[in-house]
Design a protein around this ligand. Structure first.
Ligand SMILES: [Zn+2]
Length: 530
């Protein structure tokens, strides 16, 4: 290359960049087209809702990793084999049912299909037990289904609720209401059975077979919500799970098999319980073991080394997991939650890598951190801060956390140029002022502090990953555009993302982090607000 073309090239670049600071130049590399490209993959059905530890989440981790490699951003996690990588692998512990079944006459009944538990029942070793049928299980002035029944050490079987007579009144009282229906009725029946020494209860559901399938699915979904994951093995054992008599709801079909009768006979008895029902004595086998299984997942991160202040690190974070697929097979793509934060980080990493390649790299280092298990209780960020902070916490200047920035909420239906900021003034007044000033100089959005109010009942300050940094006195800003009708619903899809505002908020995060990474003095911690 000769001197004249070199001079022309110099002239050209200075013209293009005329009047623009390096911050502005690289901020503008963040754009709607790139965000849309990334999010269309991250929030696609192919990733199956990115449930913690799922194959879909692993695909997301691979996508992020490949992007970091392509950008030339450094790995910072030392793997067991001594090689450097982008993934901090985490073993989570998940409490749930393991081996669970009922065997009737040698036939195995399927848990959450033929029957389901009322609560968190734990029967760790197989029990063989005799059954006894007591009709509806009612005991009052006119009726006593428990009369002369030996329940001691047995599994007692009764029908749910109470039958009605021809006039539509409840049989035992001839009244419109009954104490023996619903969950309070079940509690009364459970109490009597427990007092009489029964060991287990099987309640015959009156639902038809389709309704019963739905009940099973619903119950499974409800109880699995209590199967929280944790980053450590649980200290409490599962033997405390049985607080009342272990109680299961069974279908009429399973009940007839237990009672050794034709289902039609049971149906007839359900209609008029005054007739006698000859049942066979039977012995069943039962097991419902609760235990812990491990789930393998990871935080993904990339490191961009700073220049003269490289030991101090600005973290930008987002969670890349979501809630997966529900019992009806619907995929929760989580485009906003938190596909928006996940892909914003991909763009931020790109902007910084371009700045560095052009000789404008930041003075402090930047850690791009995609955390796992947020939806299971902020577990990935908790693992990072509590167990293995790759960057020492005292070298961590701040955490800018992005969780849902692609939509609008009810309050802002007429103005999409806003973002909720949470936490900015809690630990550092300086951070708050910098954030305000940068916004004025750049996108000039309305910064809404409604959720920063400690009296706000939503308590969002405690509900995303930044909190694990804040609790360690590391200043944070949480960027958020609020909840909407598709929050944690299957409709949180990429088609509903407002890319223009999403792109601008991502630029704001870039500009704010740029200032924090390049200013002479590290921001100070001067308060501790709730
Ligand atoms: Zn989220």
């Amino acid at each position: 290359m000769n001197k004249i073309t070199l001079f022309l090239l110099f002239l050209l670049t200075s013209l293009v960049c005329f009047g623009q600071s390096p911050r502005q130049i690289f901020q503008e590399t963040i754009n709607e087209t790139d965000l849309r490209k990334h999010l269309s993959y991250i929030a696609s059905d192919e990733l199956g809702g990115r449930d913690t530890g799922s194959e879909g989440q692993k695909k997301a981790a691979d996508y992020i990793t490949n992007h970091l490699i392509a950008l030339g951003i450094s790995p910072i996690v030392k793997n067991q084999d001594g090689k450097m990588g982008y993934e901090q692998s985490i073993e989570l512990y998940k409490n749930g049912w393991k081996d669970s079944y009922v065997v009737i006459n040698g036939k195995k009944k399927v848990f959450f299909n033929d029957y389901f538990p009322v609560g968190m029942i734990n029967i760790p070793v197989e029990k063989e037990i005799e059954t006894v049928f007591i009709g509806y299980g009612i005991q009052n002035e006119t009726t006593n289904d428990f009369h002369k029944k030996d329940l001691k050490g047995k599994a007692v079987i009764f029908i749910e609720n109470e039958a009605k007579n021809k006039n539509g009144k409840y049989i035992s009282s001839n009244a419109d209401n009954s104490d023996w229906v619903g969950s309070s009725g079940l509690k009364k029946k459970q109490k009597i059975a427990a007092d009489l020494g029964a060991d287990y209860i099987f309640v015959i559901s009156l639902a038809d077979s389709d309704q019963f399938k739905t009940l099973n699915a619903e119950r499974k979904a409800v109880l699995s919500r209590f199967n929280r994951m944790a980053i450590e093995k649980s200290k409490t054992d599962n033997s405390t799970a049985n607080t009342t008599l272990p109680t299961f709801i069974i279908s009429k079909k399973m009940a007839s098999e237990m009672l050794g009768i034709n289902q039609k006979k049971l149906d007839a008895f359900v209609e008029s319980p005054s007739r006698t029902l000859k049942t066979k004595k039977s012995t069943i086998k039962i097991k419902s073991e609760r235990g812990e299984e491990t789930v393998q997942t990871s935080n993904v991160m990339g490191f961009l080394e700073g220049t003269d202040k490289k030991d101090e690190v600005v973290i930008i974070s987002a969670h890349y997991d979501h809630v997966g697929i529900d019992e009806k097979g619907r995929i929760y793509n989580g485009a906003d939650d938190d596909g928006s934060g996940t892909c914003a980080l991909l763009e931020l990493a790109e902007a910084y890598s371009k700045a560095k390649a052009a000789g404008n790299g930041p003075r402090r280092s930047i850690l791009f951190l995609w955390v796992t298990g947020e939806e299971k209780g902020l577990l990935g960020s908790k693992y990072y801060t509590d167990i293995n902070p790759i960057i020492p916490l005292d070298k961590t200047v701040c955490d800018l956390n992005i969780d849902m920035i692609g939509r609008i909420d009810k309050k802002h239906e007429t103005n999409e140029n806003y973002v909720y900021l949470i936490g900015s003034d809690k630990l550092s007044s300086e951070l708050h002022n910098i954030s305000e000033n940068v916004n004025k100089e750049t996108i000039n959005f309305d910064l809404d502090y409604e959720f920063n109010d400690p009296k706000d009942p939503n308590r969002f300050y405690y509900r995303s990953d930044h909190y694990n940094f804040a609790k360690n006195k590391i200043p944070v800003i949480f960027y958020f555009t609020g909840v909407h009708e598709d929050y944690h619903k299957p409709g949180d899809d990429v088609e509903k993302i407002l890319f223009s505002k999403y792109s601008k908020i991502t630029q704001l995060v870039f500009a704010t982090s740029w200032e924090l990474a390049n200013r002479n003095d590290r921001i100070i911690v001067d308060s501790n607000k709730p």
